[in-house]
Design a protein around this ligand. Structure first.
Ligand code: I3S
Length: 130
């Protein structure tokens, strides 16, 4: 856990809108539910947030509208392009976390999904050496 590797992982930060669906939980297949999701990579953890429209909000405080829904610890996770049989959509990534959790991540714009693929791959690699 050298200061250098910590520094590197901390540099690997990104946020944006992606389409995602969970496909497995505890190693068991779950029904897909594609949703547009505000997605944040920070400190080796990927966080999917609830759709502000569907998240139950009392007050209209905008900062309260970003509610984490799922987090995936990237240490020990794998990321790769999903095979064609996983989805009919294009540009689909498959993220497998520990504890049998699996997400598909998708975005039509190739450059955007390529950037996510790279940063997630780099993060997972960096975490291997910590
Ligand atoms: O892997 P599947 O079952 O073909 O995934 C599709 C379904 O989740 C479908 O919803 P229903 O379970 O209500 O039929 C979704 O609308 C589709 O988007 C899913 O397929 P894609 O190929 O888009 O991942």
């Amino acid at each position: 856990n050298s200061p250098e590797t910590q520094h590197n992982v901390q540099n690997l930060e990104k946020a944006g809108i992606l389409n995602k669906t969970k496909v497995s939980e505890n190693g068991k297949k779950v029904r897909k539910n594609w949703t547009q999701t505000w997605t944040v990579l920070h400190g080796g953890v990927l966080t999917f947030h609830k759709d502000p429209k569907s998240a139950a909000m009392g007050a209209s405080n905008k900062t309260n509208q970003i509610v984490p829904e799922f987090t995936v610890e990237l240490r020990g996770a794998t990321i790769g392009w999903a095979s064609k049989d996983k989805s009919s959509k294009k540009n689909v990534l498959e993220l497998k976390g520990k504890n049998g959790v699996e997400f598909l991540i998708q975005y039509d714009t190739e450059s955007i999904i390529n950037d996510w693929h790279k940063v997630l791959t780099d993060t997972i690699r960096q975490l291997e050496y910590q």
